[in-house]
Ligand binder design. Structure first.
Ligand SMILES: *Cc1c(COP(=O)(O)O)cnc(C)c1O
Length: 368
């Protein structure tokens, strides 16, 4: 597929992913689990995983078993951890395909132990501790009795122990130290009860870079693998490269008379004669139907005017451009750029909320 075959497409720079991973490994000095859940935040899990492994990622992390299955079917043999819940039906296939599961509750222990007895095969798990995010996990003070329960149940190999940080991008937040303390307590509790998990991991991107004591022997990184910022107002160090460019082409460029309505609801009205361009991208592709959107044309930011449609948007242009002129929605053009962080700031949300909402009808073109 080439960029000529579609009106709009994403370019994913796999070389940048490999580069980012090798820098993460170098900067943190520990094993990297590249987080590729949610189709690698919308970038394409299989290609991102391969590029991350080339850059030195030893593990891959997904949210659901179905995501791990796709990676295995495409020949990816790296260790994979499913971070979220699995259904009873999925456990056997997970074990058979050597996918590591998250043990996060007495119910999941019962399920895994039962499937292990049935299959006559051990289930590999990482034990999840809730140190203050309040999502999945065993409370730190319950880890000691829970570890004894694991051993009584049998058939479970605790290959790792982990927890997840709630506010690591706010370095000085008191919850960070509390989570670190509870996690240490949990790790000690497993060891004192005869279980020595090989992998100990607490850090996401923010922990890995802002709180070095959360690295232990593995970091779980999603954002920085993709060159996304940790804090949207703060650029990453120069060695980390953005991965995603969203491009399209101008569909039309016309002079409209003064007082002409543009967009549904006559949401914009020209003040005099204005050059209005039509771009074949709308809210059905993942942009939001709110004001303040901009696009890059001819190396300049141009304001989106009128309400976004499902498949199209309208922009006010400073000069005429031919049909087919390159338009950038995310990325650089000349000296101008719009980052995922800019859209996240505009929409008041996270960068991953932006990238995971770029619709699958926008083809991903992999470069490098
Ligand atoms: C998504 C996720 C991560 C990755 O977080 P980033 O901020 O993208 O690095 C790490 N750990 C868990 C448990 C996650 O769910």
């Amino acid at each position: 597929m080439t960029s000529k075959s579609h009106p709009t497409w994403l370019e994913i720079d796999l070389g940048a992913i490999t580069n980012n991973c090798s820098h993460i490994v170098k900067d943190t000095g520990v094993t990297l689990m590249a987080i590729v859940k949610g189709d690698a935040y919308g970038y394409g899990a299989v290609e991102v995983s391969r590029a991350a492994v080339r850059g030195g990622a030893s593990w891959l992390g997904v949210a659901r078993f179905s995501e791990a299955r796709v990676l295995r079917k495409r020949g990816i043999i790296s260790p994979i951890l499913v971070l979220g819940m699995v259904t009873p039906d999925e456990v056997d296939e997970a074990v058979a395909s050597q996918v590591t599961l998250t043990l996060h509750s007495p119910e999941s222990l019962q399920l895994y132990a039962a499937r292990s007895r049935e299959a006559g095969q051990p289930v590999n798990v990482h034990l999840k501790v809730d140190t203050g995010l309040g999502r999945l996990g065993i409370l730190a003070e319950e880890v000691a009795p829970f570890t004894r329960q694991i051993q009584r149940a049998g058939g479970i190999i605790v290959d790792g122990i982990f927890s997840h940080l709630a506010v690591a991008e706010e370095v000085l937040h008191p919850l960070n130290n509390l989570q670190i303390r509870r996690f240490r307590q949990a790790v000690t509790a497993t060891q004192e009860n005869g279980v020595r998990p090989r992998w100990i991991h607490l850090a996401n991107s923010a922990g890995a870079f802002f709180l070095p004591e959360t690295r232990y022997n593995m970091v779980r990184v999603g954002n920085v693998v993709l060159g996304l910022r940790i804090r949207i107002e703060e650029p990453l160090p120069d060695c980390y490269r953005p991965v995603l460019v969203w491009k399209t082409r101008l569909a039309s460029c016309r002079v409209l008379p003064g007082g002409w309505g543009v967009g549904y609801g006559k949401s914009y009205v020209t003040t005099g004669e204005e050059l209005i361009g039509v771009v074949p991208v709308g809210y059905g592709d993942g942009l939001r139907r709110m004001s303040g959107n901009q696009v890059l044309i001819g190396g300049e930011k141009c304001p989106v005017v009128g309400r976004l449609s499902l498949d199209q948007l309208t922009v006010r242009l400073p000069r005429p451009y031919p049909m087919g002129e390159e338009v950038v929605l995310i990325g650089k053009q000349g000296e101008a750029s719009i980052g995922v962080h800019d859209l996240a700031a505009l929409y008041g949300t996270s960068q991953v909320d932006i990238t995971t909402h770029i619709h699958s009808r926008v083809p991903r073109v992999f470069i490098g």
